[in-house]
Design a protein around this ligand. Structure first.
Ligand SMILES: Nc1nc2c(ncn2[C@@H]2O[C@H](COP(=O)(O)OP(=O)(O)O)[C@@H](O)[C@H]2O)c(=O)[nH]1
Ligand SMILES: [Mg+2]
Length: 371
């Protein structure tokens, strides 16, 4: 405190700071914080620039020690980072918060994770197959291994890292390895995942399109090591007469939300080629859009808001358009990539997507067993 111009003045400090706000378009929002003194000058900034205060849009007030900025009838252009700078002769402090425009929750998950786990554990698969098989394909770093680890984590109720997930730019999935869900101890579920080597540009890097199509048909043996050339029928373990049980019952394309815009057309074409083969075989197809936390801060902070995020919806639309899969077959997910604690909302997103692929894979198996 200092004695200035005949009065005591405190160096400005925040008692409370601004909070991030999520607001529906058309509503008003108030950003507020409290300072320790009334002897201050307050400046508001938006995205680092002095706020262009518009009549009928912004209302700036200093009520005692409370600094407020009201934004009326919020629109997309009002989104951004807002900073309040509070100063006097003794110093200045600032704090920031973001305003995000949200959309009406356009999809809901009605059950909690325990209910979904219970119904998946007791799910009866078509009696012509011992398990439903899912093939995950997509570019390197899309999060395929992480999706499998997350599903295993949920059913094991502990972090699971058996399916190697990595940072490297090269594919780390060399083998056609089967990942089961559950364990002998906790009970095995009749679901199996296969994660194929990352699809890279060109035919010679990553898994061959031919190999993936052969995997769909059930020709590729478990633990096959992908080669620089596609598998041939004279390979010792080539399954020349696959049964319905050996086939893939649902193809899951894994696309990273933060990289979908940058994905080379060549990789997308490779994925579409596999999709066409799946379509010809009648195999249902879905998209898991991963890494949702890396495109939307609101979702990163609270993944339960995923279906209120414009950004996520835009990215889902982009995945849908680029691969030609309808929106209702696109599922946004976050995986356990850094967390050690299980999170109900992460679990719900993945379990909701898993439930859908289980239903569709089983429909496919039922249909094939009738023919
Ligand atoms: N931020 C974020 N990172 C993720 C997520 N899922 C996976 N990752 C990271 O993305 C990288 C690639 O994941 P990985 O599962 O190895 O991808 P794969 O090559 O498709 O098997 C790893 O560093 C993961 O930790 C996610 O939901 N959010
Ligand atoms: Mg992998």
């Amino acid at each position: 405190m200092a004695f200035l111009l005949g009065m005591f003045v405190d160096k400005p400090e925040f008692i409370t700071v601004l909070n991030d706000k999520q607001v529906e378009a058309g509503a008003n929002v108030i950003l507020r914080c409290e300072v320790n003194t009334t002897q201050v000058t307050v400046t508001w900034k938006k995205n680092g620039q002095k706020l262009n205060c518009l009549e009928g849009k912004h209302k700036i007030r200093l009520i005692q020690k409370l600094c407020c900025l009201e934004i009326q009838r919020v629109e997309d252009v009002d989104e951004g980072s807002y900073t309040v700078e509070v100063s006097n002769k003794l110093g200045s402090v600032s704090c920031s918060a973001t305003v995000t425009v949200v959309i009406n929750k356009w999809r809901t998950i009605t059950r909690n994770s325990a209910e979904m786990v219970r119904s998946l554990r007791s799910y009866q698969v078509c009696d012509r197959v011992t398990e439903l098989r899912f093939l995950l394909h997509g570019p390197i770093g899309a999060g395929k291994s992480s999706v499998i680890n997350t599903i295993k984590t949920i059913f094991e109720n502990r972090p699971f890292v058996n399916c190697l997930a990595g940072e490297s730019g090269e594919s780390v999935t060399l083998y056609y390895e089967k990942f089961t869900v559950g364990s002998e101890r906790s009970g095995l579920l009749p679901f199996a995942f296969y994660d194929v080597m990352g699809l890279e540009e060109g035919q010679t890097r990553g898994a061959h399109t031919d190999d993936i199509i052969k995997a769909l048909k059930g020709h590729i043996p478990n633990n096959y090591r992908f080669q620089d050339y596609p598998i041939t029928e004279d390979h010792r373990h080539y399954n020349a007469t696959p049964t319905l049980n050996d086939r893939i019952h649902c193809l899951v394309s894994v696309l990273p939300a933060d990289k979908i815009s940058l994905m080379e057309n060549a990789v997308i074409e490779k994925m579409k080629c596999i999709r066409r083969a799946a379509t010809e075989l009648g195999i249902p197809q879905m998209i898991f859009m991963t890494r949702v936390d890396s495109v939307c801060k609101m979702t990163k902070d609270d993944v339960s808001k995923v279906y209120q995020s414009k950004k996520i919806k835009e990215k889902m639309q982009e995945c849908s358009n680029r691969l030609g899969v309808p929106m209702n077959c696109v599922f946004p997910v976050e995986t356990y990539h850094e967390q050690n604690q299980l999170n109900e909302h992460i679990n719900c997103l993945i379990l909701d997507a898993l439930t859908q692929i289980v239903f569709w894979a089983n429909d496919y198996a039922e249909k094939c067993s009738r023919n």
